[in-house]
Write a protein that binds this ligand. Structure first.
Ligand code: PLP
Length: 416
């Protein structure tokens, strides 16, 4: 570990203090202290989130918006307070623009099904980048099949960057939706979404940004970005699984038909015709994940109390430190070398299958992900079955990066 990097990580950011908030990190796996480097798959949860969920079930458990008693009032107040927190976190103009979903996947499916079916027709074009997660490809393919639209990949260069001039050349009045990730989960590339949004808007297209891998690394301002939709999952932002967010522009959400029918999303129901509730409830059929939402509110409070700029600088220093070590590790090849990257180091060990590397790292207590990372098209383009992916969060340390590379060296003695 280099002293200069230690000081980068330590001056403004007390990583040991942060680690104390995450109980899961303090355990042994296969006889070694756990090194959790699978943060792009899901982040760990601080005590305040775990406590908020358990407190809700211990003291407030009730259904929201409909009960005429104290518990229902308390649950509803906390549930709606979390929505306000997310709106402020994203700098959305109104909490009505924050729709609770099951995750990024459902948020994209909601937009594709509701906005897509109402706005797409034969010959319309949907553009997604070639490095998208499957959840930002398949929902568009489904709506394309239903409407006669097409889904086309925006080319990605060999270093893992969107080819912006190719994108510009693809744009015409038939392009109705551009849907791209803010940060690639497979390569770590930070995409120039402001530029993409401006170019897409110039031809009248709408833009959805998949923020699943971005929101945990810096503060996103949806009004500044001017995106039409922004989506992410709570579980990748230190909150619970099974919960996600869809932010949308008010006029678009108001004009969109419901996604699912049921309780909560209606105003009146009659066999002669049903009328729908206002935003955001129009898109929230059925009993929501109340405990999850309240736990997520605690995650947002936790992040707001943190120096996020320092946290981000610490993560960036970890990535640079790891990539520097990777470049001097024989037999190791980095996959994804965009100029701007966030917290993801994808790599291959020459002559070894990524899955075997993953098993040998796990035996040494190091948790990484292996495979195509639900981004098969970009793996196919690179001609590889997948990668080993180490992904960092602010609670990771330089010592853990050293442990990763020591484990890689040991794995090499078995594999190469
Ligand atoms: N988009 C990106 C960029 C992701 O990294 C992921 C998860 O890995 C998803 C979408 C899907 O998220 P979820 O499974 O939480 O719906």
């Amino acid at each position: 570990m280099t002293e200069s990097l230690v000081s980068v990580g330590a001056v403004n950011f007390d990583v040991e203090k942060i680690r104390a908030d995450f109980p899961i990190l303090h355990q042994q796996v296969n006889g070694q202290p756990l090194v959790y480097l699978d943060n792009a798959a899901t982040t760990q949860k601080p005590n305040v989130v775990i406590d908020a969920i358990s407190d809700y079930y211990r003291t407030d458990n009730s259904n929201v918006h409909r009960g005429a008693h104290a518990l229902a009032d308390r649950a509803t107040v906390k549930f709606e307070a979390a929505r306000e927190k997310v709106a402020a976190f994203l700098n959305a103009a109104s909490a009505k623009q924050i729709i609770w979903t099951r995750g990024t996947t459902e948020s994209i499916n909601l937009v594709a099904a509701s906005w897509g079916k109402a706005n797409l027709q034969q010959g319309d074009r949907i553009l997604v980048s070639a490095m998208e997660h499957h959840s930002n490809i398949v929902p568009w393919q489904l709506v394309a099949q239903a409407t006669g639209a097409t889904v086309e990949p925006i080319p990605v260069d060999s270093n893992g960057s969107i080819n912006i001039s190719a994108f510009e050349n693809m744009l015409d009045a038939k392009v109705k939706m551009v849907s791209v990730g803010h940060v690639s989960n497979a390569l770590g590339t930070i995409n120039p979404v402001e530029k993409i949004i401006g170019l897409a808007h110039a031809v009248g297209a709408r833009v959805l940004i998949d923020g699943a891998q971005a929101v945990s690394h810096w503060n996103v301002d949806v009004q500044k970005l001017d995106c039409d939709f922004y989506v992410f999952s709570a579980h990748k932002l230190f909150g619970p699984t099974g919960l996600g967010v869809l932010y949308g522009k008010l006029d678009l959400l108001n004009a969109m038909p419901p996604y699912q029918g049921g309780g909560e999303m209606i105003e009146t129901v009659a066999f002669s015709g049903t009328t729908y509730n206002q935003l955001p409830y129009k898109f929230e059929a059925g009993t929501p994940d109340i405990a999850g939402v309240i736990g997520f509110g605690a995650a947002i409070d936790y992040l707001n109390a943190m120096d996020r700029v320092a946290a981000s600088a610490h993560e960036q220093a970890l990535l640079e430190y790891a990539e520097e070590k990777a470049r001097s590790t024989s037999g190791l090849k980095l996959v994804g070398a965009a100029t701007h990257k966030a917290s993801v180091m994808s790599f291959l060990l020459e002559g070894a299958h990524p899955a075997d590397v993953g098993v040998l790292l796990d035996k040494q207590g190091v948790a990484v992900r292996t495979g195509n990372h639900c981004a098969q098209p970009i793996m196919d383009q690179f001609g590889i079955p997948g990668t080993v992916r180490a992904s960092f969060s602010f609670y990771n340390t330089f010592d853990e990066v050293d442990r990763l590379f020591a484990a890689i060296e040991k794995a090499k003695t078995f594999l190469l």
